[in-house]
Design a protein around this ligand. Structure first.
Ligand code: HEM
Length: 443
């Protein structure tokens, strides 16, 4: 009930998003990833449903875990950064209801969507998620357009992230409608790759970059990132993301030299853009002296996350250029390794770090002086282990040592589930959701 009452107070509207995100990750997304890896390690097929379960896992992680968290924090932070309120305020719970409703329908239908009536629910899930994306993007673009001048250039990143969410979930809708009308419970595997790439790189990563561009200069008490470099990153990343998605969809129709080159070059270009962003943010330099001593601990998450971004982006440039040289598109397990280093190492590590810094529920607990050092350290170690094992599993599988690779992924799955359980337990243990308005804390 307390969760639902959150919707009535604007200050607490983000809470159902956060708990929804954790629900989808802990109860469905991570366990399904573990199940898929564990089955594949033993040569199993989950009674022929392994491809559908794998797709469901990827979708729930990207739209459930990341999607709900990012939209919830976006609807909280963007109005504060821009100085424009969400009106009507009911658009926030509407976005939640559409997105969570779509995710529930997808979860209950996809593995069995090869037969009626579940294929109808599968189709409806795509429609609800697309409607959620349109509502979210409308709010974000409205705030950005009407907001105060932004010298950090976070507005362009927020705008692009929300547009990419719409693009991804409209393509998803088309693919789901197509699959629901036929005898398959999986959407086109190649085209689905376009959706997952746009969600992870276009929507989630650009959103995290926007928050970083706005907050790091404040935490470290230094000048904003070089605007020309920031806009070069923005342009290169967006061109690369669009190029990769277009190439993958093109490949689903025909394999040509042009498609192969576009796919490899775009893959490398996005990696290069992310490396340039690291140079612009200078996250590994200096001390965040504008943060309280107790809050600096959270910076360990943020810095570890950006170290994974360095690893993932470096690999991405290497794999992209090597594929170009070898006259082939980037290999399936190369893309999968980078995707999981980015998803687990970068995004899943940065969520607790940023949450500890900007979420009132956690910030208040920190200010009350309750020691969370042990929890934070355990969470950090589990997340690093999960990211390393899951990504390494794909690198091993890429060397055609499939069984060994899937067992390594399975170990990553166990560590990931433990990390999520710890994070969820830590959030739920706080009995007193006293709130501090962000504007009173953020500089
Ligand atoms: C936030 C974390 C994660 C995200 C965002 C994520 C996302 C994805 C995505 C998008 C796919 C591709 C799905 C498709 O083909 O449509 C995938 C595949 C897969 N994921 Fe994850 N994943 C995450 C964590 C994990 C974890 C912890 C495991 C545990 C073992 C895991 C295991 C797998 C497996 C086995 C595959 C199939 C690989 C293959 O193609 O053979 N994932 N994941």
């Amino acid at each position: 009930m307390r969760l639902l009452s959150g919707f009535r107070e604007e200050e607490r509207q983000y809470i159902p998003f956060v708990f929804g995100a954790i629900f989808f990750a802990l109860i469905l997304g991570f366990p399904l990833g573990f199940t898929a890896a564990h089955a594949a390690a033993q040569g199993g097929t989950l009674a022929g449903r392994l491809p559908a379960v794998t797709q469901l896992h990827g979708h729930l992680q990207l739209v459930g875990w990341f999607g709900l968290f990012v939209t919830g924090m976006g609807l909280r932070l963007v109005p504060r950064f821009t100085g424009v309120k969400v009106r009507p305020a009911s658009l926030v719970p509407l976005t939640f209801a559409l997105m969570a409703g779509g995710l529930v329908l997808r979860a209950v239908s996809q593995p069995w969507a090869d037969e009626p009536p579940l294929n109808v629910l599968f189709a409806a899930s795509g429609a609800l998620e697309a409607a959620a994306a349109l509502t979210f993007a409308w709010v974000i673009l409205h705030c950005v357009r009407r907001g105060r001048p932004d010298e950090f250039h976070y507005s362009e990143f927020f705008a692009a992230a929300s547009v990419w969410l719409v693009v991804a979930l409209l393509i998803n809708l088309a693919l789901v409608l197509d699959a629901a009308a036929g005898p398959e419970a999986t959407v086109s595997v190649t085209r689905s790759n376009a959706v997952t790439f746009v969600l992870l790189y276009g929507f989630v990563s650009l959103f995290v970059f926007a928050v970083s561009l706005r907050t790091f200069p404040i935490f470290f008490g230094r000048r904003r990132a070089d605007p020309r470099l920031v806009m070069a990153v923005w342009a290169l990343a967006n061109v690369g993301i669009g190029g990769f998605a277009a190439a993958v969809i093109w490949r689903s129709y025909e394999v040509t030299t042009g498609e192969r080159v576009l796919e490899a070059v775009s893959f490398a270009a996005v990696g290069a853009a992310f490396l340039l962003l690291l140079a612009a943010l200078r996250i590994f330099e200096g001390t965040p002296h504008r943060l309280r001593e107790s809050a600096r601990r959270s910076m360990a998450f943020v810095r570890c996350a950006y170290a994974w971004l360095l690893v993932a982006a470096g690999m991405q440039v290497f794999f992209g250029l090597r594929a170009l040289w070898d006259e082939r598109p980037p290999a399936h397990y190369e893309v999968d390794a980078v995707r999981h280093f980015l998803a687990l190492g970068f995004v899943t590590s940065i969520i607790p770090g940023m949450a500890l810094l900007v979420m009132p529920r956690l910030a208040m607990r920190r200010m009350q002086g309750q020691s969370s050092r042990l929890v934070a350290l355990s969470l950090l170690v589990l997340l690093q282990g999960a990211a390393a094992a899951r990504g390494a599993g794909s690198l091993i599988a890429n060397e055609t040592r499939l069984e060994e690779g899937f067992w390594t992924m399975t170990a990553g799955g166990v560590l990931g589930i433990l990390a999520m359980a710890l994070f969820a337990g830590y959030l739920l243990r706080n009995p007193q959701p006293a709130e501090i308005p962000l504007s009173a804390r953020a500089p």
